[in-house]
Design a protein around this ligand. Structure first.
Ligand code: NAD
Length: 275
């Protein structure tokens, strides 16, 4: 340790003084991310579309622990809702520094039976919704001051291992996540000169409501574990820790990257002993 100043800096929570918006934060990964960012010192806008009581409960929990939080309802597939969501976050906290674009759904079907409505619903939320959130966040970052020692704003897009791994029976979802990857990289390239970082997280199988049929019974879990070299299902907190780091100045030189948080799912475990 060289000085008292660096000791003070080391003790400072990773996101102290930062203002964050997490979409789809009333359940699953978004809930854990919002809670994790708040524990790291950020003021957090907890967006929800349904289950408002869970979002309000989380915001109350954060405030009771001495943090700053507000629960905000919005459908992030709708342009006006997203603009209003970011405006309300800025009005509440005086600015925005971090976006975690997390909301997502699945509407699965074999291609011959997939309706246009199911295709559009997934693309509208999982891809277009992320674009709308990124665009509005970037506008809010630009309205804020330059920062010494860190990015002006940081975006974390919630992608999936299916930005890489094709997924039969889920063409709408895999196409949206593949789109998120290229959107993220393009925005990272475009925004780096303005000191805005844009990254993604690709979760593998995480224990949340979206994929309960994959882990909800011992048989299903056993089958799932064949796809996970690390030998356990992921928990939302695994993703929350990664998001907290990516959003923070600790990751200041990291942009345009997808961080896989998947216990090795993307390492082609089917090839172990085969091929
Ligand atoms: P989840 O169903 O618990 O969370 C999805 C969230 O999105 C919910 O809070 C839901 O209310 C919200 N949402 C749905 N429609 C919305 C809308 N129109 N506007 C705003 N919010 C809306 O599932 P999850 O697993 O926590 O999923 C979160 C993200 O993680 C998704 O983008 C998902 O694709 C991604 N992901 C999850 C896994 C996994 O294994 N659980 C793996 C890879 C990627």
């Amino acid at each position: 340790m060289t000085s008292g100043a660096s000791e003070t800096q080391a003790a400072r929570p990773l996101l102290a003084g930062r203002r964050a918006l997490v979409t789809g934060a009333s359940s699953g990964i978004g809930f854990a991310v919002a809670r994790g960012l708040a524990a790291a010192g950020a003021a957090v806008a907890v967006n929800y579309h349904s289950h408002g009581e869970a979002a309000e409960g989380l915001a109350e929990e954060i405030r009771a622990a001495g943090g700053k939080a507000v629960a905000l309802k919005a459908d992030v597939s709708k342009e006006d809702d997203v603009a209003g969501l970011v405006d309300r976050t800025v009005a509440e906290f005086g600015g925005l520094d971090v976006l975690v674009a997390n909301s997502g759904i699945q509407k699965d079907a074999p291609v011959g039976e997939m309706t246009l409505a199911d295709w559009n619903a997934v693309i509208s939320l999982n891809l277009t919704g992320q674009f709308l959130c990124c665009r509005e966040a970037i506008r809010a970052f630009r309205a804020g001051p330059e920062r010494q020692g860190g990015a002006r704003g940081s975006i974390v897009c919630m992608s999936s291992v299916h930005e890489l791994i094709p997924w039969a029976g889920h063409v709408n979802y895999a196409a949206a996540k593949g789109g998120v990857r290229m959107m993220m990289q393009t925005l990272a390239q475009e925004m780096a000169p303005e000191r805005v970082r844009v990254n993604a997280i690709a979760p593998g199988a995480i224990r949340t409501p979206i994929n309960k049929e994959a882990w909800g019974t011992p048989e299903a879990l056993e089958k799932l574990l064949h796809l996970i070299p690390y030998g356990r299902i992921g928990e939302p907190e695994d993703v929350a820790r990664a998001a907290t780091w990516l959003a923070s100045d600790e990751a200041d030189y990291v942009t345009g990257v997808t961080l896989f948080v998947d216990g090795g799912m993307s390492l082609y475990p089917g090839f172990v002993g085969n091929g």
